[in-house]
Design a binder for this molecule. Structure first.
Ligand SMILES: [Zn+2]
Length: 412
């Protein structure tokens, strides 16, 4: 029986969201948390974008060092040969790629304005796939942008061409969130049956259905005999109305009525990291978690009205589908209400040593402490807010990697 896997795209779709962003250290921490959570793959960035190069290389190094253990780190580029060449020039050790190109008539006409027709699109894609193999890539996903507004026959032809050139997966992009669960089920199933490649579901929330369409699409792929790879972002942060939220989708797959009896996750996913990753990402993006967000919202386990409070006290299952402990919630959070010393871009050694000492970190010499402080200052310049404990520990533990992450050299 085919299985469901998660590919998180926070570090690609999430960061390309208007008005918000992440520092390279924050993107790195997210890869580490996703790895700890058991997520199959992180779409960790843009290999053709110069300011990403150091970050991408550094994360591939973290994977080699075993700091990032199991998660696959994959880069997103356009499905054209020029992008493949640039990607390998800037990030020579990249091993996993998703190649993306628009397939709908709307976008072929609207974006290329007569410069490309459908056959050109397929040709560009297969040439890019061939070029990526020639550079020694290990896996390739091919993305059909705006697939939900693409004619099915053409989409099948596109998928078959990708398969013929060795692509490992076909990404069905519901780029505008146009699908509903019924339509995406039919299309994903047809693609799985006809193309016979694992299907990625990339769903957006413009009509408020990203999680539902992800689930229905996964069901379609599996009923069609293929593995399903659901694309998510943490807290649903993504272009416009966002993407399928990671935690909500995990809950939907594992807890919704009868679904998990037939449709199973590949590998082990640790839901108990949900709270930590959602909180961290909210802090990093500086976007609060809505009180009613599935699993991690402030009100998800709050009960006030008489009948509900009485019911949940008698038996939580009266009014709760899942327990807060499963999501890693329940620990009291300590907030300093007195004197606070934080480490920032203008910190000195005394305050910094105090902060690190509170986390039981000691340095072998004054020089070492000074060096780590210098990196922490730089990290603050990029993040514009106090670093969290895990970030400080990361810098203290891997100063060389941190240095790489923090090095931005424009126009080099
Ligand atoms: Zn997207």
């Amino acid at each position: 029986m085919p299985k469901i896997y998660f590919i998180d795209v926070t570090n690609r779709d999430g960061v390309q969201t208007a008005k918000i962003g992440l520092s390279k250290l924050e993107k790195t921490m997210i890869n580490i948390y996703l790895d700890e959570m058991g997520i199959f793959q992180s779409e960790f960035g843009f290999p053709t974008t110069k300011h990403e190069s150091n970050y991408l290389q550094a994360n591939l190094e973290l994977a080699e060092m075993g700091v990032i253990k199991n998660i696959r780190l994959e880069g997103w580029i356009r499905a054209i040969v020029a992008d493949v060449e640039t990607a390998f020039r800037l990030v020579h050790s990249i091993k996993h790629l998703n190649l993306s190109i628009s397939t709908s008539e709307q976008m072929i006409q609207g974006k290329f304005q007569g410069r490309k027709n459908r056959e050109d699109i397929i040709n560009d894609m297969i040439q890019a796939v061939d070029a990526a193999w020639a550079h020694g890539v290990k896996t390739i996903g091919v993305n059909a942008e705006d697939a939900s507004r693409t004619e099915l026959d053409y989409l099948i032809r596109f998928g078959l061409a990708a398969k013929e050139h060795g692509a490992n997966r076909l990404r069905y992009c519901d780029t505008l969130g146009y699908d509903n669960p019924f339509t995406i089920y039919e299309t994903a199933r047809a693609l799985a049956e006809e193309v016979k490649l694992p299907i990625e579901l990339h769903c957006h929330g413009d009509l408020g259905m990203a999680v539902a369409t992800s689930l229905a699409g996964a069901k379609g792929a599996i009923d069609g005999g293929q593995d399903a790879y659901i694309n998510t972002t943490i807290n649903g942060i993504g272009e416009r109305a966002g993407n399928a939220d990671l935690v909500a989708t995990m809950l939907a797959v594992t807890k919704s009525k009868g679904f998990a009896e037939k449709y199973k996750l590949g590998g082990t996913v640790d839901l108990s990291k949900a709270w930590e990753i959602a909180k961290y990402t909210s802090y990093s993006f500086d976007v609060p978690i809505p009180i009613n967000q599935p699993g991690v919202g402030g009100n998800v386990f709050a009960h006030e009205s008489g009948i509900h409070a009485d019911g949940v006290l008698k038996d939580p299952e009266n009014y709760e589908l899942y327990g807060f402990e499963e999501l890693g919630r329940g620990e009291p959070e300590l907030v300093d209400t007195g004197r606070e010393i934080s480490a920032g871009e203008y910190s000195g050694i005394s305050g910094f040593s105090h902060v690190m000492g509170q986390m039981a970190v000691s340095f072998s010499s004054k020089e070492e402490a000074q060096e780590v402080l210098e990196l922490v200052r730089y990290a603050n310049v990029q993040a514009h807010k106090p670093l969290v404990e895990d970030e400080l520990l990361f810098i203290a533990k891997y100063p060389e990697i941190a240095k790489k992450l923090l090095t931005l050299v424009p126009l080099a």
